[in-house]
Design a binder for this molecule. Sequence first.
Ligand code: SF4
Ligand code: SF4
Length: 385
Amino acid sequence: MKLRLDESELVACVGCGLCLPHCPTYRVTGDELTSPRGRIAAMLAVSENRATVDATFHQSMDTCIQCRACEAACPSGVQFGHLMEDTRRAQAPERPWPRRVIETIAYRGVLPRRRVLAGLTRLTAVAQRARLVPKRFGLPLLPLRSPAPLVSDPAPDAFLFTGCVMDAWQRDTHRAALRVMRATGARVGLPDPGADCCGALHIHAGRHDDAVRLATRVMRAFPGTAPIVVDSAGCGAALLDYGRLLGTPEAVAFSERVVDFSSFVRDRGVTTRPGGPTVVVQDPCHLRHVQKTHLAVGEILGAAYDVRVTADDGLCCGAGGAFSVFEPDLSNAVRDRKVAALRSAAGTDQFIVASANPGCAMHLAAAGLDVRHPAELLEDRLGPD
Ligand code: SF4
Ligand code: SF4
């Protein structure tokens, strides 16, 4: 296996260790191999042919949640996210064949195919009602019927990105986002066919070529120059990185149109009724560490709810795309800390968690929390007193 990493990025790490307390996996294990510094050292050793790729190397890389908290904390500006994405790209062809087959079906045959995903969603919904889906999978109760389609405004001045799993499983969140965006005075359009999946999960899994294909399709589905509003933190981070992924001026221009839902609403303004219950904001890593727009969530909810924030510097919840599937024990141990931080911030048993990322929302809901998207919370309290 050949790692093709940007050497200037690798050697930028001076080994200071300031990132360690921010790393959710190091916090759980206390093991250098599951820290950002240890992972970078392992990448460097392999890149310089001082070490071979073995089970320990794979373990060190696979236990990374790709939360990028280390990147935000690093005084040397090490671009850890890109290093890990490129490492996963090298690892992908080395996976055992059963995993490669399953991933190919999931990433090529299901996620970017709207009809297949809808059919599988219905099958899973039936299986859930027959109690055939183990609770430990952490899936929400899926709808038996396809939810009603979303409706586009004529002559839109903004788009809503709808994506794959979120559109199939949580379309009502998109519906709430549309309603709130319209309450700001926006005319909201939906993408043309082709924007079925942003490729974020593909990039996490090292499936670079698939991600490039999907990104190219997504870009074609948003003609014009209107802003593209994204109500999923992970998808937003992926769309914002299309400039780097594709390396073209068109992709850079496309990424400049991408804006997170909460920032869009905050900047345009919306009227809500005060007096809502206690809401604790969970900062999805891709909103806080990558997009750096997490404060907008508390700002838009603040007029309507008793908003609280956690005192854990936005520590990851452990969801991490498919991380909770492949590393369930570590994922749950990371989540336990997050749940404790959320409960402590609430100061009461009666509280709602606001999460702007569908993966985080599902992972936290599986731990018994009442989790809702900021768009749904705002929709509930739209309008004057
Ligand atoms: S990644 Fe950054 S913060 Fe972490 S050890 Fe290296 S230089 Fe220090
Ligand atoms: S991306 Fe997150 S889990 Fe991975 S090394 Fe950095 S802080 Fe740790």
